[in-house]
Design a binder for this molecule. Structure first.
Ligand code: M6R
Length: 365
């Protein structure tokens, strides 16, 4: 049931502090301040040369964030592809390497086919799934569950943040096992993860501001989302969420790609949502933002207090999120994107929980 919410999507957005916290609790030994995966892995991360991540839609954007985390925290190369491509491209896989499949439903046909392909090639398989009785869960070697609870809205929200939490835990465990993270570093990262659920809760408090902003978005024909580093998959996720439930055309780009084409789209009618926590890439993203502003684009900057004061430009709308350490920002910065899509869809009169042409679980190719 929807509790006191108008839509399942709203309920699921607001459940995130709780379910992300539950998921974390399943992966952390709080007393030992260390990550402890709920299942023993049948391989050693030191024997893995490459991780292959496969998923569809929103889950594939969680996979793109995972690439940054595994590469940074565990120094492990990652290939990420959407399942519909991976399953047919006959990538040369190395026996004994690791393949990770991310799926809320655990029934997505392409992701399942990709899992079967990787298994047949002799890879170890981990599935990050929300439905633990699903086919993907049953057929993979190890299941690392997200504890999001049932997700009813077609637009994936809480499953995404929980997927990120599980992946963060695997990446930290891999970094530790590979000697890339010291005990002290692991403790620091664990504390940063523990901070995520309250940060999500604090971020949800900006909903009234986002609701107002949705009026401008609802009048637009096209919306562009930009971000760098782990915020670049978020740009794609923000765009996907908006188009899927409000039917407004949106594009997500790595901010540095702007001048390779999409900047041609920018004029005074195009809102540009810039996702830029104050991190080591902030200045680069801001310079892309200035290029947009110079062409009349309406910039909506999502950042923190430091970023807002550094970027101070008269003509932009700023959404200020709480300060937080740089590594795990995607779990928090996706919240305003979900809220923006949700409120825009309501203004458009769209069926938020059951958008046209879409199924919750894509069980056919
Ligand atoms: O159940 P899955 O996680 O495998 O589903 C994958 C996609 O179909 C799903 O994330 C889809 O993109 C969502 N509707 C996005 O909100």
């Amino acid at each position: 049931n929807k509790a006191n919410y108008r839509h399942f999507m709203a309920k699921e957005i607001h459940e995130q502090p709780e379910v992300v916290g539950q998921t974390l609790a399943h992966y952390v030994d709080m007393a030992g301040e260390r990550i402890e995966l709920p299942s023993k892995l049948p391989f050693d991360f030191n024997a893995i040369q490459r991780i292959w991540i496969t998923a569809c839609g929103t889950a594939s954007y969680a996979g793109q964030v995972a690439k940054y985390w595994f590469e940074r925290l565990a120094r492990l190369p990652v290939e990420i592809d959407v399942a519909s491509e991976f399953r047919y491209r006959e990538a040369p896989l190395r026996k004994g390497d690791l393949a990770i499949f991310i799926s809320q439903s655990g029934e997505t046909a392409d992701t399942l086919a990709a899992l079967r392909y990787a298994k047949a090639q002799g890879l170890h398989t981990i599935s990050v799934v929300n439905v633990s009785t699903s086919t993907i869960a049953r057929e993979s070697e190890v299941v690392l569950p997200t504890l999001a609870g049932p997700e009813i809205g077609v637009a994936s929200t809480k499953a995404f943040t929980c997927q990120l939490m599980v992946i963060a835990a695997i990446a930290v465990a891999a970094g530790r096992e590979r000697g890339e993270l010291s005990k002290i570093e692991e403790i620091k990262l664990v504390h940063e993860l523990i901070e995520v659920p309250p940060l999500i809760a604090a971020t949800l408090a900006i909903e009234p501001q986002i609701e107002k902003l949705a009026h401008d978005i609802a009048k637009s024909r096209d919306v562009v989302y930009l971000g760098r580093g782990t915020s670049s998959p978020l740009a794609m996720e923000g765009a996907l969420k908006l188009k899927e439930i409000s039917y407004i055309h949106a594009e997500g780009y790595a901010a540095g790609e702007l001048k390779h084409g999409p900047i041609a789209l920018i004029d005074e009618t195009v809102p540009v949502v810039v996702i830029a926590p104050y991190d080591r890439l902030f200045e680069k993203t801001v310079s892309n933002m200035q290029e947009v502003a110079a062409r009349g684009g309406n910039v909506i900057l999502i950042t923190d207090a430091k970023g807002a004061s550094e970027a101070a430009m008269g003509s932009i709308v700023t959404i200020v999120l709480p300060d937080m350490p740089a590594t795990f920002t995607p779990m928090v910065y996706v919240i305003p994107l979900q809220l923006l899509a949700y409120h825009t869809a309501i203004l458009m009169g769209a069926d938020v929980d059951q958008p046209r042409n879409l199924a919750k679980s894509v069980t056919v190719e």
